[in-house]
Design a protein around this ligand. Structure first.
Ligand code: GRF
Length: 203
């Protein structure tokens, strides 16, 4: 399955996906890495690995015009599944319709709790005892599409936002690759808000 990865910053989720592929745990290939920011650290990781990279800045473009550029680039690289990995832009309905049920995102909370920015801090300051991360299909609303996989992370008395975020991030890295593998194996179907995962074939 040909992946298009969209990033804006550090790129650790992208790197975890690339590592899963390199280790043979994820049956996919990265067709293109796109960033809306030229200084995204993740771009360097992609270049070092010899992956195709493209910077598409969004300045001066409205959302639909920008998303049309993204769609063109992803289609040029024959992308079959779009993976948002710290991509700090809301996508338009136009974009979502171009890749129906084929756009995933990772979010650092147990959605629908704490959508939006700084989710780990939101959870920490709210005082929840359990938070975590979510892989979900993307619709045109913020952090709102059908949920594919979640991992729970307990909040410890000794935690700071930083230590909590680090444990959540480790789970993000684990469940994003697993989720992509399930899609690649054709085991995932969306029924309304519910995502069903077919049992593994044991033949
Ligand atoms: C992650 O916490 C992810 O859940 C959120 O943005 C952050 C991106 O981190 N959507 P990285 O760029 O993958 O390191």
């Amino acid at each position: 399955m040909r992946l298009g990865i969209l990033i804006s910053g550090r790129g650790s989720n992208f790197e975890a996906i690339a590592n899963s592929i390199a280790r043979g745990n994820l049956d996919a290939g990265i067709a293109i890495v796109i960033s809306n920011r030229a200084n995204a650290a993740g771009l360097e990781i992609a270049r070092e690995r010899g992956l195709p990279v493209r910077v598409i800045p969004s300045q001066g473009l409205d959302r639909e015009a920008y998303d049309a550029l993204l769609v063109d680039e992803l289609r040029t690289h024959e992308v079959e599944l779009v993976c948002l990995a710290g991509f700090m832009r809301l996508l338009s309905a136009h974009f979502v319709r171009a890749f129906p049920d084929r756009v995933l995102n990772i979010h650092p909370s147990l959605l629908p709790a704490f959508p939006g920015l700084d989710a780990q801090r939101q959870a920490f300051e709210h005082g929840v005892k359990i938070t975590g991360c979510t892989v979900h299909f993307v619709d045109e609303f913020l952090d709102s599409g059908p949920i594919l996989m979640q991992s729970a992370v307990p909040v410890l008395d000794s935690d700071t936002v930083e230590t909590l975020s680090a444990r959540i991030l480790a789970q993000e890295h684990a469940i994003y690759s697993k989720s992509i593998q399930l899609v690649a194996e054709g085991r995932v179907t969306i029924e309304g808000r519910r995502v069903r995962i077919r049992e593994e074939d044991v033949s």
